[in-house]
Design a protein around this ligand. Structure first.
Ligand SMILES: [Mg+2]
Length: 292
């Protein structure tokens, strides 16, 4: 790994970079800390006012021909300067339904409650991405009943969290060099679904996480390094999405076997998802080194 850093006293640089309104803490220029490598822990030179820092900081700027970049993502003030390209964070897109929110469990409970005399499918026996398709095969009129449940007010709002998912996303959010976003789609009849997804994030993560919600019907056009999603095939307008699709294991995709597709078995073992992120970071570093 090539060294990105010159141990320059950035406090002499910051005042000239921090134009009012563009960089939020010009008066705080005495803060600086340097990182020797893009993936190394920041060396804190002065963190007396770190509590004042917001997450909104500049990502990169140019000063006297060198790139200067920094972020408060690291919870400590940090900055580094380099004449080399700056290694960007690993951006992780996390799906909601089936990954963070337990759609299948809640759906089955509602279905049995509303249609106690109809046949149903245990969660462990669900196969195929769309619940409507499997139920329709049992009885054609069940498709409409399935849709009625999903389209009802409160359905998406009351999805229970999948164990470990909330903690994992919060931990990702705290990781050096990682940006996490929610990337989720709405059902066709979106009247309640869309607003309830925002509300779900607010309820379980807090209002500040609303800024991380990407609601789209086409995830292929969203940029990221990784997308953790339980849908076996993510297709759309972009034939070569920027992200690597990590298939989140569920009963309904248990019969899918793609030799080159990595899986995440669940959230219970934090080492599993951390290893995936680390490997992606290493891959990005190698790609960057190869370009230099
Ligand atoms: Mg999903």
């Amino acid at each position: 790994m090539r060294t990105l850093i010159r141990t320059t006293i950035l406090s002499t640089v910051f005042p000239q970079l921090t134009k009012p309104g563009s960089l939020p803490y010009s008066q705080r220029a005495s803060i600086c800390c340097l990182r020797e490598r893009a993936n190394a822990n920041p060396i804190v030179l002065n963190n007396n006012i770190s509590r004042q820092l917001s997450r909104t900081f500049f990502r990169s700027n140019s000063f006297n021909g060198v790139t200067v970049a920094g972020s408060t993502h690291f919870r400590k003030p940090c900055a580094f300067m380099s004449t080399l390209p700056i290694m960007s964070n690993v951006r992780v897109l996390v799906d909601m339904d089936g990954v963070l929110a337990d759609f299948e469990k809640h759906f089955l409970a509602k279905f049995r409650e509303q249609y106690p005399d109809e046949p149903y499918i245990e969660v462990k026996d669900r196969r195929g991405f769309y619940v409507t398709e499997q139920y329709e095969k049992i009885k054609p009129d069940l498709k409409a009943k399935c849709l009625e449940i999903m389209e009802a007010p409160g359905f998406f709002l009351n999805l229970p969290p999948i164990p470990g998912g909330l903690e994992a996303v919060r931990a990702m959010d705290q990781m050096d060099g990682v940006d996490v976003f929610f990337c989720t789609a709405s059902i066709n009849k979106y009247k309640y679904c869309v607003t309830e997804k925002f509300q779900w994030i607010d309820n379980h993560f807090g209002a500040e996480f609303i800024n991380k919600l990407v609601l789209t019907r086409d995830k292929t056009v969203v940029s990221g390094d990784l997308i953790i999603d339980d849908k076996p095939e993510i297709t759309g307008a972009e034939k070569n999405p920027a992200w690597e699709h990590i298939l989140f294991s569920t009963p309904q995709n248990s019969d899918i076997h793609k030799p080159n597709q990595r899986r995440l078995s669940g959230w219970k073992d934090p080492d599993e998802w951390k290893q995936i992120i680390d490997s992606k970071r290493q891959e990005k570093e190698m790609r960057m080194s190869a370009k230099q």
